[in-house]
Design a protein around this ligand. Structure first.
Ligand code: F0G
Length: 468
């Protein structure tokens, strides 16, 4: 029972709350059951194709959907929209130097812009890039540059029920075997993500990252971080790795970056901005190449596809993202939702991750075979129940093998309930948990989907389905 609802029990612990108060609100509309049915049909049962105005609580993604602070909004008014040498670029550069510690920064419009530059610069046709599970855009850029991704994450990452505290860790034997098999000269870099998105927002430990660094250094292979959710990863290190319990989030992030040669970054996540990203590296030659190429794909090297005001919002957001109280409330809200669902017997990926709660769609809908897209089906069912929008992260997202054309059928068939930062309240989380609970209660009535339209690249964004 919630405090204030007549609970007879005195509290056993002290609660904490978000380290902010709300100054501006954005009204949302609750669509009726009829409107929801009409909207999801029109969207081909793909939550990506819903109109935002047909959504009640939007948990599609935490990307670019977070609430900016008053300081970030004030910074927007200080945008220096000069084509070259905007002062906001130098603020961004300063923030990256201070918090991530890399020597050189190239701004990009978002994370995939940085992935494109990095892949084009470092990958030769026939190369392989080992990583702790794939991410959709990261892998595609590696492939478009002629490379191939090799998954070296620990086996526990593929098991939704495993409660391993660091399911984002690299299996060092797999990494060594990959290096032996292909040879270090075919491996331009190892790509390591903080809180692995596709595994359910699972962290890598600092001890494991140090071990990966030792292996890659011994073979002269670069280590590149996907720093998109590194601050959130740092929270789990602070709480689960005893050695670092007295380190600040900012100090842990610096430690992680110091073990790498550079990073790609989507500033739309950790950094609390609506758009933006960067590539940061220590190697001056790679920087020179990136500074040349960014002009072709993004814009001049002092804006890279962002307006000056956006660079200011990112620069200020980086500092806010490293504050311990912010991260505790951010991840704490995700854990609150996850714990509720666990307590109610709903199958979710455990431990609960940093940016969302991931439903295990195979366990949720055991009667729907993976070829009928149980996660896609479940995301549509949740929307129909309550107007809550979530995202498929299973067979549809995994796509097809580029050589054989066969569909990948990943072990993880998940629905991601992704929480934007600083946007929704605990009451919203209760509404979401209750919707998941009621859909779970009537799960046996739910039938699978058939794909009626399949785009060639990143099909999950625009594919269409119909019920079987
Ligand atoms: N890396 C990770 C781990 C991501 O989660 C994303 C984006 C990117 C790179 C690409 O960044 O979108 O700025 O181009 N993830 C979004 C999501 C799309 O919903 O998880 P981007």
């Amino acid at each position: 029972m919630r405090p204030g609802a007549g609970s007879p029990d005195p509290p056993k612990r002290r609660s904490w709350a978000e380290p902010f108060r709300i100054k501006v609100v954005e009204p949302v509309h609750v669509p009726t059951a009829d409107q929801r049915r009409h909207a999801i049909e029109k969207a081909g049962y793909n939550t990506f194709l819903l109109r935002s105005e047909d959504v009640y609580i939007d948990l599609l993604t935490d990307s670019g959907t977070s609430a900016m602070s008053d300081s970030q909004w004030a910074g927007m008014m200080l945008g220096d929209e000069a084509y070259a040498g905007s002062r906001n670029f130098f603020h961004l550069e300063d923030a990256v130097h201070k918090y991530y510690g890399y020597r050189f920064v190239v701004p990009t419009h978002q994370g995939r812009g940085a992935e494109n530059l990095l892949s084009k610069i470092l990958i030769q046709p026939g190369d392989v890039v080992p990583g702790n599970m794939y991410f959709t855009t990261t892998r595609l850029h590696q492939e478009l540059a002629g490379g191939r991704f090799v998954d070296v994450i620990v086996d526990e990452a593929h098991d939704p029920a495993s409660t391993h505290p660091f399911k984002g860790n690299v299996d060092l034997d797999k990494l060594e075997a990959t290096i032996r098999h292909y040879g270090a000269q075919r491996i331009p870099y190892v790509c390591i993500a903080g809180t692995v998105n596709m595994a359910g927002g699972q962290p890598i430990s600092l001890a494991n990252l140090q071990a990966v660094r030792a292996v890659t250094q011994a073979h002269g292979i670069r280590l590149i971080l996907d720093a998109t959710r590194l601050a959130e990863n740092a929270f789990f290190i602070q709480h689960r790795e005893e050695r670092y319990q007295h380190y600040s989030i900012a100090a842990i992030v610096r430690e992680m970056c110091a073990l790498s040669d550079g990073c790609t970054m989507s500033a739309k996540k950790d950094s609390l901005a609506n758009i933006g990203g960067f590539l940061a590296v220590n190697d001056e030659n790679v920087f020179e190449e990136a500074r040349n190429l960014v002009v072709v794909y993004e814009g001049l090297h002092t804006y890279g596809g962002m307006a000056g005001r956006d660079m200011e919002a990112v620069a200020r957001g980086i500092g806010e993202s490293m504050q311990d109280e912010h991260i505790r409330a951010r991840v704490g809200q995700v854990l609150y939702l996850g714990q509720k669902l666990i307590d109610w017997g709903v199958p979710v990926v455990q431990p609960v991750g940093g940016h969302g709660v991931f439903l295990d769609a195979r366990a949720f809908l055991p009667h729907v075979p993976q070829q009928q897209y149980p996660a896609q089906t479940l995301a549509a069912a949740l929307y129909l129940d309550s107007g809550v929008r979530t995202m498929e992260r299973g067979a549809v997202s995994a796509g097809r093998n580029r050589d054989t054309g066969a569909e990948y059928l990943p072990k993880l068939e998940l629905v991601r309930i992704t929480i934007p930062r600083r946007v929704y309240t605990q009451a919203h989380m209760d509404v979401v948990a209750e919707s998941v609970y009621f859909v779970h209660e009537k799960r046996e009535e739910i039938r699978g989907l058939r794909m009626t339209y399949e785009p060639r690249y990143l099909r999950f964004f625009q594919a269409r389905f119909e019920p079987l």
